[in-house]
Ligand binder design. Sequence first.
Ligand SMILES: Cc1ncc(COP(=O)(O)O)c(C=O)c1O
Length: 450
Amino acid sequence: MLKNVNQNHIIASKEKKYVSNSQKIPYYPVAFQKGKGALLYDYENREYIDFLSSASSANIGHGNKEIAKVVKEQMENLAQYTLAYFYAREPVELARKLISVAPGDDNKKVMFSTTGSASIDGAIKLARAYTGRSKIISFCESYHGSTYGALSISAINTNMRKNIGPLLPEVYHFNYPNCIRCRYGKKEKSCKKECLKDIEYAFNYYLPAEEVAAVFIEPIAGDAGLIVPPKRYMKALHELCKKNGILFISDEIQQGVGRTGKWFGIEHFDIEPDLIVLGKSIGGGLPLGIVIGKSDIMDSLDAPGHLFSMTGNSTVCAAALKMIEIFEREDLNTRAYEMGEYIKNRFLELKEKYEIIGDVRGVGMSIAVDLVKNRNTMEKNYEAAAKICYRCIERGLILIFIGQSVLRVQPPIVITKEQVDKALDIVEKSINEYLNGQIGEEVFKITKGW
Ligand SMILES: Cc1ncc(COP(=O)(O)O)c(C=O)c1O
């Protein structure tokens, strides 16, 4: 393991020397120099199948020539000119297009940022400005990003909150509807939506509903381990928001742009949110954050309420427009759904064979393979997850784990069936090697993981 130091290791050790530790959750020292579709190549020209899509930010795959062409043309014409004071065609066209694919009518507007996190901050500002209320509800196990606002409403890992306080005040975290490991010890039949009742209880005793501006929720709790909430919970939460004049805000940064087989994850619940937040894949490979919402909410902040010199810039917007064109032309929503079902079924077959797979779940191409020590208790198996992912990467499959035990299966939507089959063979071999004690403890010198 890592016997021969190569270009990848040199890059990784240089990064350690020159780049802040705050930006790395290490899994394996590999650096990529190019990609094509769902394939990646490292600096030793080794090929990998990508099961991560750059953390769901490369949904349409890597090395897209059409996007490269429009980016080059735009850069040669005019890379960008700040939208803060003047105008450009590309951001306007992108806003129009995004409004046309968003759920509900077209009486909407768009707000640009450069990352998902900054767009979450924008949505917090909009919610407070529009409602005149200050309190925010979000969920334990959620990840909304790393700017002060976004991390204040996140609750995934205490490390990201240490030594930087005070955070944004007036944020209240409730239990995410996690039916895999129910905090109330309930099963589907005995569930009385206790997690929702906690919010109602709070409204009665310490959190005046009329002071709550917004609920922020991920339609699938991504970094917690791809937890899929029950539809009846989401519907009831939405109703509770409507009843109390609270904005319902869907964080689609990870689940949007076809990841679940629809443009937005929240569409699976037949809910029209007040605001949608996008990031990652929407930029076609370049950094872009978006808030889409009803016009009156979007106009509740005056300039310079959420203004950045480089946002909505023409090159990023040209890439995003081309990405959307390709996405629609190739019908990638249908593909995500169909290929997602195939992948899920293949993992369900592995679940029949291997006790350490406690659960396989997901929607479209957002699939979780939950590794456990015991299927009855669903005790998380961090060791198995770390070792299996490590061996998969060694064998040419980019696979990481989240939520301490969950294999995160989010390949580019363009992945082929042959690539999926090859990847599944790698996973199965690695599971067998783990079970036979053939993956050593040295993994933990490198792998940290979520
Ligand atoms: C659901 C969700 N929200 C927000 C973010 C933050 O987005 P970004 O890293 O682009 O700022 C992420 C990133 O992983 C995410 O998964």
